[in-house]
Ligand binder design. Structure first.
Ligand SMILES: Nc1ncnc2c1ncn2[C@@H]1O[C@H](COP(=O)(O)OP(=O)(O)OP(=O)(O)O)[C@@H](O)[C@H]1O
Ligand SMILES: [Mg+2]
Length: 504
């Protein structure tokens, strides 16, 4: 990039009149956006509002657009991500781009590995340099470890370390906290503040409005491909943001996310699932719980507490070493997922986006799960579309065009499609792992309504999550897991995020 110095607080990057369409459909309309030197700029907006697209223009991923971009007063038009990188722009994308088979050190120095006199990668130097960088950022991890072995949250921190190490002056983080536990979020925020104070400028995209308000100096709101407003943080609050994000009824939405929640547990409802002493050594131990029909049971814990694995075991995806599962009082052995399904269970995994077909139209992605259930016969495409349309409507998937290839939807909308696909089942017990990850406040509310309607049908719903907000907004009863064990139950009482965190 031009090495021109821009004083702190002055515009460093300016977009003017940016418009962008995909195949004739407008994604961005006349967007002006200013990033100032030395600020953390929070970006919020509904799923599909245009946040990622705008940042991908800055990062050189999209090079076809109208409008202009200036950096330090100089006109720029990147033709590739490489161009943008050379100009000092680094982006951590919504989807992780780490290379799982490589070590942490190799990932941190990706493309910049030091070489020795023979032109070979100097492994000891690499481990040392990466180790220093990680230490400086307060990330506690052995650089020699294969990255695939680390918990997802740690992988995400390593990826962020990589972008920072690349020497970027402008750093864009697209939903970096979705897989982080609260302590990891604190580590990340400390890193962001330090990097800002060293003079870098950052863009931070998130659907967690509390996080946005906590770490940003300035916030910009997008809606429908337009920039709606930009304001300094001390002047605004959550209600103000929500109102501009969705333009209506924020009081109602807000209530389900903050403050104290009264758990309305149903101790008299019939028990549909019981577990006794479930154990997979080193993952979770001695887990005994009950799921009632018509109840939403929340299981909360930090990343790595064993609750995600527990959900997989309840669906026969992970084999138990000890313990018993009963359904309607009868012991069942879940040798595999087919057995679990037959027994009346359904499971929506947290990694559901990887189970989608990006080149296939939206409707196919929704109906694939039910085709083998309805019949093995041929199903009319019109019937498939009708089913898909119904879900597209109830989850407000945007754009509501079931023939579009799935890969063209925004990240959050892909999440909604993935969820829709599984909501076509009506099982005895529905296991949902991170059901609203990556969704905006409005979409979360839509999912909440769907979960409630399933509960009204008498289905036992288990919501497993590392997000306190998700569990608090959905559950009638909450179990907390810590290091593989259930440590606390909250039932028929008032509970808040603080109390939940204190127990985890
Ligand atoms: N490669 C693409 N092809 C076609 N349409 C696209 C493509 N990428 C994005 N879009 C469309 O552009 C619009 C903006 O999407 P974008 O990914 O910027 O949203 P977002 O604000 O990042 O949402 P989310 O919070 O869900 O990640 C959406 O309507 C999306 O469907
Ligand atoms: Mg996005």
């Amino acid at each position: 990039m031009t090495n021109r110095v821009v004083a702190n607080g002055m515009p460093l990057l300016e977009l003017r009149g940016i418009s962008k369409s995909f195949g004739g459909v407008a994604a961005l309309t006349d967007v002006d956006f200013t990033l100032r030197a030395g600020e953390i700029h929070g970006l919020v907006g509904e799923n599909g509002a245009g946040k990622s697209t705008t940042m991908k223009i800055i990062a050189g991923v999209h090079s076809e657009y109208q409008g202009t971009m200036e950096i330090a007063g100089e006109r720029m038009h990147f033709r590739s991500a490489r161009d943008a990188k050379a100009a000092g722009i680094g982006m951590v994308h919504q989807e992780l781009s780490i290379v799982r088979d490589l070590s942490v050190a190799e990932n941190v120095l990706l493309g910049m590995q030091p070489v020795n006199r023979l032109g070979l990668i100097d492994y000891p130097a690499m481990v040392r340099i990466a180790g220093e960088q990680l230490k400086r950022l307060g990330i506690d991890v052995d650089p020699r470890q294969p990255i695939g072995m680390l918990p997802l949250g740690m992988q995400q921190l390593v990826e962020i370390a990589r972008v920072l190490f690349s020497g970027a002056r402008i750093i864009i983080l697209d939903e970096p906290t979705s897989a982080l536990s609260p302590p990891e979020v604190e580590t990340l925020f400390a890193i962001l503040r330090r990097v800002r104070d060293e003079g870098h400028s950052l863009v931070f995209i998130s659907h967690f409005l509390d996080d946005i308000l906590r770490v940003s100096d300035t916030v910009t709101i997008f809606r429908n491909g337009r920039r709606i407003e930009t304001a300094p943080v001390p002047d605004i609050d959550k209600g103000w943001i929500i109102e501009r994000m969705i333009g209506k009824g924020h009081e109602e939405l807000e209530e389900s996310y903050t403050g104290e929640i009264h758990l309305d547990s149903k101790p008299d409802a019939p028990v549909v699932m019981t577990t006794e002493g479930l154990t997979v050594a080193g993952v979770f131990e001695d887990v005994s719980l009950q799921v009632r029909g018509g109840e939403v049971l929340g299981i909360y814990g930090f990343m790595g507490s064993g609750q995600l694995e527990l959900a997989r075991a309840l669906f026969g995806k992970l084999q138990l070493e000890q313990g018993t599962i009963r359904l309607d009082g009868q012991p069942v052995r879940l040798r595999n997922t087919a057995a679990a399904r037959l027994a009346g269970l359904a499971f929506v995994p947290e990694s559901r986006r990887s189970m989608l077909f990006h080149m296939e139209p939206v409707f196919k992605n929704v109906t694939i799960a039910i085709l083998d259930r309805i019949s093995r016969l041929w199903v009319k495409p019109s019937a498939e579309r009708a089913i898909a349309n119904q879900h597209v409507k109830s989850l407000q998937i945007r754009p509501p065009l079931v023939d579009r290839p799935l890969g063209t939807l925004s990240g959050g909308n892909q999440q909604k499609v993935a969820l829709a696909k599984w909501l076509t089942y009506f099982p005895k017990v529905l296991l949902l792992s991170e059901p609203t990850r990556g969704m905006d406040v409005g979409a979360k509310d839509d999912v909440l309504k769907i979960v409630r309607s399933l509960r009204e049908r008498g289905i036992g719903v288990v919501v497993v999550s590392t997000e306190p907000e998700t569990v608090l907004s959905m559950a009638d009863r909450i179990l907390v897991m810590k290091r593989g064990r259930i440590t606390k139950e909250f039932a028929s009482e008032v509970v808040s995020k603080d109390r939940l965190l204190a127990a985890a």
